[in-house]
Design a binder for this molecule. Structure first.
Ligand SMILES: Cc1cc2nc3c(=O)[nH]c(=O)nc-3n(C[C@H](O)[C@H](O)[C@H](O)COP(=O)(O)OP(=O)(O)OC[C@H]3O[C@@H](n4cnc5c(N)ncnc54)[C@H](O)[C@@H]3O)c2cc1C
Length: 394
C-alpha cells in the first residue's frame, strides 16, 4: 500500500452530487479529490428529465454554459407540453409554461466531471472505495490507494457504503430505509423517425398503486419507464410495464428488454452526516417522493455539503451541523410536502385520479410551477384548502 494522498476534501462518487460539490469547492480554491469506481463516460440508468430548477442550478450555481451543453447534444431535447393519463383515460393536458429538458446521462456526467477537473479538482476514476473511516477522514480503494482528508463528501449513489456508516451511527435500521425504496424499469423505444410518437411528456398512472410511469419522446428515442415502491409491487413491475407499453401502442419487442435500477422514493435521511462524513444525493435518499426527480436534489445537496465545508473554515467537525441546517431548511422542508402530496394521491386509491383531474383543471399552472421549483410545493395545499373553503361558503 502506497503513502496516503492528502487533501482538504475527498469526494466519493462523480455523479451529479459529487461533481457539483467538487466544482464549487475546487473553484473556491479548496484541495479536492473526486474519486469514482467507474471509467467515464459511464452509463447511468435515468430518463434525464431536467426541470427549470435544475437548469437554474447548472447555470447560476455551477456556472456552466447550458447553451453549449445543448449545442453539444448533452441536453438534447425540450418538451413543451405534458399529458397525464390514468391508464388510457386522459386526466390533464396542457402546454408547459417552462419546458422540460432531456439530458443524456452518459455525456452529462462526463461533462460535469471534466468541469470539476477544469475547476482544479484532482480526479481519480476506476477506483472503488472499499473502506471509509469517518473519524479520521481516511478512505481506501480496492486498488490500494489511501486518501486522507479533513472532510469526506460521500455521493456514492443508491448502494452507498457511506450511508451504512451513518445509519449505524444513528442506530437506524437499513431495512426501514429499504421500505421506501422504489424499483424502476426503463426501455428505449425508437424516436420520432420510426413511428409517429407524441410530442409531450407523459405521466402514466393506474398501473401501480404506489408509483407511476413516464414516456419522454424525442427524435433520438422514446424513453418509457415505470417506477413504484418495491415493498408494494414486488415482482409485478414487469407485467405492469408491459400493460403500459401496450396501452401506449409500443411493441415491447421494439422497446427491448427493460433495464432495472432502484431509486429513493421518500426515504431521505433526516440526519445525513456522521463526524467528518457528509452524504449527498441518492446516498442519503434524496429524490422527489412523487415523481422520482433526483438530479436536482443530487446537485443541490452536493452544493450544500460544499457550502457547509466553506462555511466551517478550518473547523472540519463543524461541517456536519452546518450541513444539517442547510439540508433541513432547503431540501427536507419541501420534500416533506411532496411526500404528503404523494401519500394523499396514492392513499385515495380509486378516488385519486378523479381528485387529480379536478385539481389539475383548477390549478394546473400552479402544479407546473411547483414541479419546476418556481413556487414551494406547500402552496399547492394552500390552493386546495382555499378551494375547500369556497365550496363550504357556497
Ligand atoms: C430509471 C430511472 C430514471 C430516472 N429518471 C430521472 C429523471 O428523469 N430525472 C431526474 O432528475 N432523476 C431521475 N432519476 C434519478 C437520478 O438518476 C438519481 O437521483 C441521480 O443520478 C442521483 O445522483 P447521485 O450523484 O446521487 O448518484 P449517481 O448518479 O448514482 O452517482 C453515484 C456515483 O458514485 C460512484 N460510486 C458508487 N459507489 C462507489 C464506490 N464505492 N467508490 C467509488 N465510486 C462509487 C458510481 O460509480 C457513480 O458514478 C432516475 C432514476 C432511475 C433509476
Amino acid at each position: 500500500m502506497g503513502s496516503p494522498t492528502d487533501c482538504q476534501v475527498a469526494i466519493i462518487g462523480a455523479g451529479p452530487a459529487g461533481s457539483a460539490a467538487a466544482i464549487l469547492l475546487a473553484s473556491r480554491g479548496r484541495e479536492v479529490i473526486l474519486i469514482d469506481a467507474g471509467i467515464f463516460p459511464r452509463s447511468k440508468l435515468c430518463a434525464g428529465l431536467l426541470t427549470a430548477k435544475t437548469i437554474d442550478c447548472l447555470r447560476n450555481e455551477l456556472g456552466l454554459n447550458v447553451k453549449s451543453m445543448q449545442a453539444g447534444g448533452i441536453i438534447y431535447h425540450r418538451l413543451h407540453a405534458f399529458r397525464i393519463y390514468h391508464r388510457r383515460r386522459l386526466l390533464a393536458r396542457d402546454r408547459l409554461e417552462t419546458p422540460f429538458h432531456l439530458a443524456d446521462r452518459r455525456s452529462y456526467d462526463a461533462y460535469l466531471l471534466r468541469a470539476a477537473g477544469r475547476a482544479g479538482a484532482g480526479i481519480i476514476t476506476g477506483q472503488k472505495v472499499t473502506r471509509i473511516d469517518p473519524g479520521r477522514g481516511i478512505i481506501r480503494t480496492a486498488g490500494g490507494k489511501t486518501i486522507r482528508s479533513q472532510v469526506i463528501i460521500a455521493a456514492d449513489g443508491i448502494w452507498s457504503k457511506a450511508r451504512k456508516i451513518v445509519l449505524q451511527a444513528g442506530r437506524k435500521n437499513q431495512l426501514a430505509w429499504r421500505r421506501n425504496l422504489a424499483l424502476a424499469l426503463e426501455s428505449r423505444a425508437p424516436g420520432f423517425g420510426a413511428t409517429p410518437v407524441p410530442f409531450y411528456a407523459g405521466l402514466h398512472l393506474g398501473y401501480l398503486e404506489w408509483g407511476y410511469g413516464w414516456s419522454f419522446p424525442s427524435p433520438r428515442q422514446r424513453l418509457v419507464g415505470i417506477c413504484g415502491l418495491a415493498s408494494r409491487h414486488h415482482g409485478r413491475l414487469g407485467v405492469k410495464f408491459r400493460q403500459m407499453l401496450a396501452d401506449l401502442g409500443i411493441d415491447h419487442r421494439l422497446a427491448g428488454l427493460p433495464a432495472a435500477w432502484p431509486l429513493p422514493y421518500g426515504n431521505y435521511l433526516s440526519r445525513p452526516w456522521h463526524l467528518r462524513l457528509l452524504l449527498a444525493g441518492d446516498a442519503c435518499g434524496l429524490a422527489d417522493p412523487l415523481l422520482g426527480e433526483g438530479i436536482y436534489y443530487a446537485h443541490k445537496s452536493g452544493l450544500l455539503a460544499a457550502r457547509a465545508v466553506l462555511a466551517a473554515g478550518s473547523f472540519p467537525l463543524d461541517c456536519g451541523p452546518i450541513y444539517q441546517r442547510f439540508y433541513s431548511s432547503q431540501l427536507i422542508s419541501n420534500l416533506r410536502w411532496i411526500k404528503l402530496a404523494r401519500n394523499f394521491l396514492f392513499g385515495l386509491g380509486a378516488m385519486g385520479p378523479l381528485a387529480l383531474e379536478r385539481f389539475m383543471a383548477r390549478h394546473g399552472l400552479l402544479v407546473q410551477r411547483a414541479v419546476h421549483g418556481q413556487i414551494p410545493f406547500r402552496s399547492l395545499f394552500g390552493a386546495w384548502l382555499a378551494g375547500c373553503w369556497k365550496i363550504r361558503d357556497k
